[in-house]
Design a protein around this ligand. Structure first.
Ligand code: ADP
Ligand code: MG
Length: 261
């Protein structure tokens, strides 16, 4: 890192304003001084990140992430490191968080929720087919580009996150866990609130493991049936992505992802 003319330079990038702040990372606007391309750079504190994590695992995940190219996944360009920080260079997206839409409108119409859910599943299915699991799918990681296309962030970065909330249970593999999270996200999009809520963890887990939730009156019958299959607490009976993609509710108006390379 160097500072020249009041600007902070990292590699070939000039750092700009802060776009967002997570619990363990800061995301800044940046510009590639050679190409003029605008990007987003996620800046992590090495000390915080590496305390409990294996560097080898992180390196493995990063090399896998570089292979991920999908219209609904924020692409990682490169990773740089200084003595104290890790810099993850990625696509800049400018449409904000999907959940700002819910915050302002309360909830989405079923057709709109389905449209985003289809894009989310496209991204998740693609990454899983390449052995990459998110493990931390949540509303804050769903961003929109300038055209309103859904972009999932942090795919494959679970090793970098100390706050991965794993509800540990043998047999829960990454794919099943990711799909369950997608079910929660779909519920939130359509309801405007969470399916499971409790200010204490144990009662919350109990609700999750008993699938103790109810769909609001405005959900269609076929949406209710599908959400029930996704939020099945037993991973071995939970619907698979393959079956989900063939579900009638899911298929309505489905558009396969458009790859541009
Ligand atoms: P953390 O995983 O530490 O919570 P995030 O990756 O969620 O950090 O980033 C925090 C915020 O920064 C996001 O909620 C979003 O508003 C913004 N942000 C993250 N990635 C990008 C990006 N590629 N382009 C634009 N803004 C981003
Ligand atoms: Mg995040």
């Amino acid at each position: 890192m160097s500072v020249s003319g009041g600007r902070t330079r990292v590699g070939r990038y000039d750092l700009g304003r802060t776009l967002g702040e997570g619990t363990f990372a800061k995301v800044k606007f940046a510009r590639n001084v050679d190409s003029g391309e605008n990007v987003a750079i996620k800046i992590l504190d090495k000390e915080k990140v590496l305390k409990h994590k294996m560097i080898a695992q992180i390196k493995r995940e990063i090399s896998t992430m570089k292979l991920i190219r999908h219209p609904n996944v924020i692409r990682m360009h490169e990773v740089m490191a200084s003595k104290t920080k890790v810099y993850i260079v990625m696509d800049l997206v400018t449409g904000g968080e999907l959940f700002d839409k819910i915050a302002s409108r309360g909830r989405l119409k079923e057709d709109d929720a389905r449209k985003y859910f289809q894009q989310l599943i496209n991204a998740v299915d693609y990454c899983h087919s390449r052995g990459v699991y998110h493990r931390d799918l949540k509303p804050e990681n769903l961003l929109l580009d300038a055209n309103g296309i859904l972009k999932v962030s942090d795919f494959g970065l679970s090793a970098l996150s100390q706050q991965v909330r794993v509800i540990s249970n043998k047999g829960y593999d990454g794919a099943k866990a990711d799909l369950w999270s997608c079910g929660v996200i779909l519920f939130i999009l359509m309801a405007g609130y969470l399916p499971f809520e409790d200010s204490n963890l144990m009662p919350l887990y109990k609700k999750i493991f008993k699938a103790d939730f109810s769909c609001p009156s405005w959900f269609s019958t076929s949406a209710r049936k599908l959400i029930k299959k996704i939020l099945d607490p037993n991973p071995s009976t939970r619907i698979t992505i393959a079956d989900l993609i063939n579900n009638e509710w899911f298929k309505k108006g489905y558009q396969p992802p458009r790859f541009e390379t």
